[in-house]
Design a protein around this ligand. Structure first.
Ligand code: G3I
Length: 352
């Protein structure tokens, strides 16, 4: 005899196919541990009807993929074009997603008029003006105040129009301007390479940079690890990553994974093998990152492979190679990476 409870449960499960049942998305799994899962998105991705529902099922936070870059925002001096960023932030607000910004100050994607302007007059308002304009216009949970200031080989600071104009002090100038404009926004220094097995010099350079900033009372709240991982090369060294994240936490900083994806270059032609390797590397990285209580959020860089740029390498182009870096394939079907991220969140210690 089937009791009423079993009957109702059975009827409910029969009523809906498994895929349509309200299975938890990544945002619920993350939130159950006091963590945030978000995703970078670009305005052009919303042109496909399957994008927004999938994004809303998984993401609790939205990040502009390129709409906040200086060359998009200020194509002419002092003439801001917030239209694309307004669309993204409006979508987030209407759908109850928090909003994070990236970047305020970056060596890349600056409009062509900026370098000559900085050379002509080292007016710090050329840097602090947009910082104030953006942070007063948009309510951001966190923001990458400075992106990629460390040299790619970890040897000092990366050359940039900002370093040329203001010297190393540009970094703390940016953080002070951001704090003044948005006291409630978490201020992040964001970069890549600390994740990688080969990243010893980069990790040391980051700790040196952070120590200098903190010593000079720059209002840095968190380190952003971009999280651009590799499935078949330079894989995460879990012990080195664990030690590094503990060193960051010892400095009183939070950690955000800000641009998670896994490059499968070097993998075989077989898709299933590549997808498993991508998922495995993400899990190896996230298990360590999320085991540190300082880690507060994981942001995926792109939801789907659909718009991920094709490789530049001519040999890969000949093979019609398409990256398998993200949570969903080009047809918006979940991939093993989605399950790996879900399991990493489910296995994380609760933050509350
Ligand atoms: O959408 C426009 C299109 O309308 C226009 O016709 C076309 C021609 O210029 O440009 C398109 O915009 C491009 C945009 O990506 C969307 O595809 C921009 O040119 C291009 O510069 C932009 O590249 C972005 C890049 O940062 C530079 O801004 C990528 O989307 C974005 O994924 C990438 O993100 C960076 C992070 O900010 C920093 N960390 C590394 C990460 C990956 O490179």
């Amino acid at each position: 005899m089937i009791d009423r409870r079993t009957l109702l449960a059975g009827a409910a499960s029969l009523a809906l196919p498994a895929s349509a049942q309200a299975a938890p998305g990544l945002k619920e799994i993350a939130a159950s541990k006091g963590l945030v899962f978000g995703c970078a998105a670009a305005t052009y991705e919303f042109g496909n009807g399957d994008f927004a529902p999938t994004l809303l099922r998984d993401a609790a936070q939205l990040v502009p993929e390129y709409e906040m870059k200086r060359d998009v925002l200020e194509p002419r001096p002092g003439r801001y074009d917030f239209s694309a960023l307004d669309r993204l932030s409006g979508f987030a607000r209407r759908n109850g997603l928090s909003f994070r910004g990236t970047p305020l100050v970056w060596w890349h994607s600056n409009p062509p008029w900026l370098a000559p302007a900085l050379q002509a007059r080292r007016d710090d308002r050329l840097m602090t003006g947009p910082i104030a304009a953006l942070l007063k216009r948009y309510s951001m949970a966190s923001v990458d105040v400075v992106n990629e200031a460390v040299a790619e080989d970890g040897n000092g600071l990366r050359p940039s129009v900002w370093l040329d104009a203001f010297g190393p002090g540009y970094i703390e100038m940016a953080f002070h301007a951001a704090r003044q404009a948005a006291p409630g926004t978490r201020l992040v220094y964001n970069d890549y390479g600390c994740e990688w097995g080969s990243g010893d010099r980069i990790r040391a350079a980051h700790l040196k940079l952070l120590d200098g900033l903190l010593k000079r009372n720059a209002p840095v709240d968190a380190l952003g690890l971009q999280g651009h991982l590799w499935a078949f090369r330079d894989r995460t060294d879990q012990r080195k990553l664990r030690d590094f994240l503990q060193a960051v936490r010892d400095r009183g900083l939070a950690v955000l994974v800000t641009e998670l994806d896994v490059d499968d270059t070097g993998g075989p032609a077989d898709i299933a093998t590549r997808d498993r390797a991508v998922a495995d590397e993400a899990r190896r990285f996230l298990d360590v990152a999320l085991d540190n209580p300082a880690t507060q959020a994981v942001i995926a860089w792109n939801l789907s492979d659909r718009y991920v740029d094709a490789p530049q390498d001519w040999k890969l182009k000949l093979l019609n190679w398409r990256y398998r870096k993200t949570l969903y394939d080009a047809q918006m079907r979940r991939k093993p990476l989605w399950d790996a991220v879900a399991r990493a969140f489910a296995g994380a210690r609760a933050r509350y």
